[in-house]
Design a binder for this molecule. Structure first.
Ligand SMILES: [Zn+2]
Ligand SMILES: [Zn+2]
Length: 267
């Protein structure tokens, strides 16, 4: 877990235990292997370079969507912004535009000093459609999920024996879609949007997110074997997250994502 926050980074003394960086997860087959598959590129992507001993990154990054909290780590990823890096970056196709053009909408002057093509190393930007893709030796299923403001994919990543599903920004209410069912059914680990609590339902609906209870209901309905609550609200302090953790009552094992944690997933 390289970054577990939603919306915007949360620095400060009240946020050190769960971590303040925005969405980013590294995936590897073994704990000692540097992650070559990365889920989202929030500010937590800065944490990945240390796992590569600051050597050039060779791997792939899957973006769920292009909101700031999922892309702003890209230009600060020193192992990726390296003349010897080789990076394939995948993002949801939309409006017939190239992957590079889509990313450049928020990463180009005057919003940012450089464009995607200004990154050092060999970067390839691929706008992809829903379906099954072979990436870094994994079978990656991409599917449209409900969020707000731009196309959003959820991903299911399988190495043939272990499956994880990643839906960091998702409206889980309003009826189960075939796409969500295909992504989540029976996974060994579901990593899911849990930005809000039930008393904040109006905000969850307005911003296109889920509550903790929504995430638990989805995991339970689709028989995920384990759930990790992710994309914590930026104002949610460590103490408040502890209260959520202590109050969990769910039919599936549930944890709160913490930046820096190594999460072993078994079939
Ligand atoms: Zn987000
Ligand atoms: Zn979003």
């Amino acid at each position: 877990m390289l970054g577990v926050r939603g919306s915007t980074a949360a620095p400060g003394a009240d946020f050190v235990r769960y971590g303040g960086h925005t969405s980013c997860i590294g995936v590897s087959r073994h704990a000692e292997e540097a992650p070559s598959l990365v889920l989202d590129a929030g500010t937590g992507l800065r944490n990945l370079s240390a796992h590569w001993d600051f050597r050039p990154f060779r791997g792939s990054i899957l973006l769920s969507h292009l909101h700031w909290d999922h892309v702003q780590g890209i230009p600060f990823f020193v192992s990726g912004d390296n003349v010897d890096a080789e990076v394939e970056l995948y993002l949801p196709a939309q409006d017939g535009r190239s992957g590079e053009d889509l990313l450049a909408q928020s990463m180009a002057p005057p919003a940012f000093p450089i464009t995607p093509s200004g990154l050092l190393g060999d970067w390839t930007f691929r706008a992809i459609e829903p379906g099954v893709h072979a990436i870094e030796g994994y079978s990656v299923t991409a599917a449209d999920i409900r969020h707000k403001g731009g196309r959003t994919f959820g991903y299911r990543v399988s190495d043939g024996s272990v499956d994880i599903a990643y839906l960091p920004d998702h409206v889980a209410t309003g009826g189960l879609t075939d796409a969500v069912e295909a992504l989540v059914a029976g996974v060994d680990l579901l990593i899911h949007d849990a930005q809000f609590l039930e008393p904040e339902r109006a905000l969850a609906d307005a911003y296109g997110h889920s509550t903790v209870d929504d995430a638990i209901a989805l995991a339970s309905q689709l028989k995920a074997r384990r759930l990790m609550l992710f994309h914590h609200g930026p104002g949610r302090t460590d103490a408040q997250l502890d209260v959520i953790a202590d109050g969990l009552d769910a039919p599936v094992p549930v944890d709160l994502a913490r930046e820096g944690d190594l999460v072993e997933v078994v079939a």
